[in-house]
Design a protein around this ligand. Sequence first.
Ligand code: ADP
Ligand code: MG
Length: 664
Amino acid sequence: MDKLSASPRIREALSSMKVESYLDAILHIPYRYEDFSLTPFKADYEDKERIVIYGKLASNVRVARFSHRDCTRFAFHATNGGFFNVEAWNRSYLGSFLKPGENYTLSGIYDKKRNVLSMLNLTKGEVSKEEALRPIYHLVDPIKQKSFQNLVAKAFEKVGMIETLVPEEFCHKYRLLDKKEALYRLHFPRNREDIRQGKRYLKYEEALLFELRCSLIRDLNKKIQKRRIVPIDREEVKSLIRNLDYKLTGDQKRALGEIINDMDGTSPMYRLLQGDVGSGKTLVAALACYANYTRGRQSALLAPTDTLARQHYENLTKLFEHTSVKVSLLTGAFKGSERQSVLDDLIEMQTDIVVGTHALFSKGVEYAALGLVVIDEQHKFGVNQRSALMGKGDDADLILMSATPIPRTLALTVFGDLDISTIREFPGGKRKVATSLLSTSDIKVQEKIKEAISSDHRVYIVAPEIESKANKGRHNSVKEVKALYERLYPGKVALLHGQMDAEAKQAALICFKMGISPILVATSLIEVGIDVKEANLMVVYEPTHFSLSSLHQLRGRIGRSGEEAEFLLLNDEEEENEKLKPLLESEDGFEIAEADLRLRGPGEVAGTRQAGLPDLAFSSILEDFKVFEAAREDAKAILLEKNNAAFDKIKEAAKEKMEDISLA
Ligand code: ADP
Ligand code: MG
């Protein structure tokens, strides 16, 4: 193949954009388009309106120089009417480029107050309708937009055929262009529709490959054979369950059943255990650890914070009090001999279950027989951290826990290569948390807080950010709210946010738990797993700052004793109240997540954005969710059918980059 450019500098720049061939250039699609369609003449343009005009210079070009920048000014007469004072920053070259009497097309932002058009772009002559949409590429210096477009034009002449990977029946079903045509239209669009159609093909192809890969990985995982299988002693697990102070809920039983079956299976388990906060996932995980213990293996329970790890450790210690299971704790706070002794116990099989934070997969931590890894709040951990911990075991089974209920359709796409167990039911029936919307100044707010404190309850006060950003005109940052409450309730207010160090956080939580400071002002940090039974009131400032799922998570922090609790959303922007309505109407985390999915898109469903989404070139699982849903069904059909050459072709293509999204 001939060189993309004669200049080594350009070739180097292209190469840093991963453009090594003509096909690469074609696959480097514009990230946006500049629209040069003329703006119809108006007597009165809006402030900050983007305007495109065609016409002639109507004055000399003057350049004013300042210390770091310069401003070029001229008057412009638009052919379809109107004179404009134009200014352009740092484009002094315009002085020699612009010629009186010549025609130009110019785009700019209109500043109404000063009656000035601030120039964005300018080209010689009239832009024809067909060329009105100019592609803009991400480029590396010294490559210019125009020269890259020329390269792409040449590339289309040189490449010959570009294979349309999507099998014809699906192209037909969704009325997709063929791939070369799709790409061509993205580079040389005649109108918006060309761009839309071009993208439709690329998104679908990518989604289909992604879904195929997920299914293939899942199949591969199921084919991995565990080297030794010691069956779980189910009778022993049942006997522990019988001795609990309470009965498992139906959902808990079902989830545990699914887990134990997987663990007894011939290939390692990859299972997501999802359920609302307080639905009793941790207990299910603990029982899975016990099941693992009955087959002579160790379990590691990984939590995202020290506080949570400690909490789990205490709960597990209590749960296994009357058994011979040995539970230990390992966090980053463990140093020297203390840490060493935990490590020794692990390698000498003196520990059956270790609970901890990142420290669990740090160097030097070795297990005698790690057989089960449980990851709480899985979205707080990356894929690499998961595999680091899995790597310390031998055919270890994996449970990922998530307290952010993700609608099933979304979960299947986001966690394409996992099996899913879901807990919907709450132990002890429905929570009694009343949710209401109030204005910030409503006197009921302070009345309720006073009442809670005087009856020895705890109050969470949540605000959106640690410090107010000066430009936003808000005054409800955590620090400001803390100051306000400190004045109202001197000495009774603790503070908790992510910028505090671990010790200060721990101290704040202890003071709160013990009632020394019955009010805790915090960021949504408390969304995750904090368990203070005495808390029966939560007040949220600026609730619209949070997604519904996040608010629902926050709500899950109160009423944990089974007593009645209140969740107060302080919202002063009445027109926003509508958005918060699903919270007033439903207590089911899945329904609320569905509402987020519907109203605000999958990106707003808490936990999905952090779920370790794959990096895709043309599509996004969150924005193009519907495409992925369709592609998932199609992938299933493709994998089921044998002896179809078109299907085989895309299957092979899917296999090529499989390790990119593989789980462990
Ligand atoms: P999650 O991890 O899903 O947030 P937990 O497992 O921490 O929920 O359970 C929340 C609380 O409910 C804990 O105090 C736990 O002991 C209790 N619990 C769990 N399962 C049951 C049950 N079946 N019956 C009664 N209480 C339960
Ligand atoms: Mg939990």
